[in-house]
Design a protein around this ligand. Structure first.
Ligand SMILES: Nc1ncnc2c1ncn2[C@@H]1O[C@H](COP(=O)(O)OP(=O)(O)O)[C@@H](O)[C@H]1O
Ligand SMILES: [Mg+2]
Length: 220
C-alpha cells in the first residue's frame, strides 16, 4: 500500500479536485483505492453524496485518527490511500505528510501560489518525504509555465504533464464523477491519466531512480 498526500497551505490550488480525479483514474487503471478526507470543508464527502457510481470508499477522519487508521490500512488490500488535507498549517496536515509515501503539491502558476507552497515544502523536507509538484489550472499553452516547468522536471519532481484549467474538472466534481468518467475522451481526462501513470511510477520508485525527491525516505 502506498499513501499519497495532497498538500499545500494554499486553498483553491486543486488538492481535492486532483485527489478525486486521480483516485478515480487509479481505480480505472485496476487499483484498489480509498480516500481519507481530513478537510472539514468536506469537498470529497460532498462529491460522494452526488456520486451514483460505486466506489471508491471515502472516510472522513481527524488528525487524531490518522495514525491508527493508517496502521490498519497498511495491512489492508488497498493499493493506494489518497489523503486530502485542509489548506491550513495544522497538526493534521503534518501527520498527513508524515503518513505519505509521496506528497503531491498542486500549485497554480501564479506568484501567490508559488510563494505559498514554501512552508509546505519545508515540512516535507523536514519529514524527509518524496514529493512532486503538479502545475494545475494552467493556461493551455504558456511559455512562461513551460520554462519554469522544465527546470523542475529535470529534478524529477515535476510530472511530464500540466493540468490545464478546464470546465470538465468543475463539472465532474459537481456530478460526483472523476474527469475520466465525465468525458473519457476529453483532454482533461487524458492529462489526468498521464498524471496518474507518472505518480504511480514515482510512488513505486526506489531510492535514487528519479531525482532529488528520491534522496528522501522510503516509507514502505
Ligand atoms: N484544472 C482545473 N480546471 C478548472 N478548475 C479547477 C481545476 N482544478 C481545480 N479547479 C477548481 O478550483 C477550485 C478549487 O479547487 P479545490 O480542488 O477545491 O482546491 P483545494 O482543495 O486545494 O482548496 C474548485 O472550484 C475547482 O473546481
Ligand atoms: Mg480541498
Amino acid at each position: 500500500m502506498k499513501a499519497l498526500t495532497f498538500v499545500t497551505q494554499k486553498g483553491g490550488s486543486g488538492k481535492s479536485t486532483l485527489c478525486i480525479s486521480l483516485a478515480v483514474a487509479a481505480r480505472e487503471a485496476g487499483h484498489t483505492v480509498c480516500i481519507l478526507e481530513m478537510d472539514r470543508q468536506a469537498t470529497v464527502s460532498d462529491w460522494l453524496d452526488h456520486r451514483t457510481v460505486d466506489g471508491p470508499e471515502v472516510a472522513q477522519i481527524d488528525a487524531a485518527q490518522l495514525e491508527p487508521v493508517m496502521e490498519r490500512l497498511r495491512d489492508s488490500a488497498y493499493d493506494y490511500v489518497f489523503i486530502d488535507t485542509p489548506g491550513v498549517d495544522s497538526p493534521g496536515t503534518l501527520s498527513a505528510i508524515r503518513a505519505a509515501d509521496l506528497c503531491i503539491i498542486p500549485c497554480r502558476p501564479t506568484p501567490a501560489d508559488l510563494r505559498a507552497f514554501k512552508p509546505t515544502l519545508a515540512a516535507v523536507y523536514r519529514l524527509e518525504k518524496k514529493f512532486a509538484f503538479v502545475l494545475n489550472q494552467t493556461p493551455p499553452r504558456s511559455y512562461r509555465v513551460r520554462d519554469a516547468a522544465d527546470g523542475l522536471a529535470v529534478l524529477g519532481i515535476l510530472p511530464d504533464v500540466n493540468i490545464v484549467a478546464r470546465t470538465d474538472h468543475q463539472d465532474a466534481i459537481g456530478l460526483g464523477l472523476g474527469v475520466t468518467e465525465l468525458n473519457p475522451k476529453g483532454q482533461a481526462a487524458a492529462e489526468v491519466r498521464k498524471l496518474w501513470s507518472w505518480i504511480e511510477r514515482k510512488a513505486q520508485a526506489g531510492k535514487g531512480l528519479t531525482g532529488q525527491g528520491e534522496r528522501h525516505v522510503q516509507a514502505a
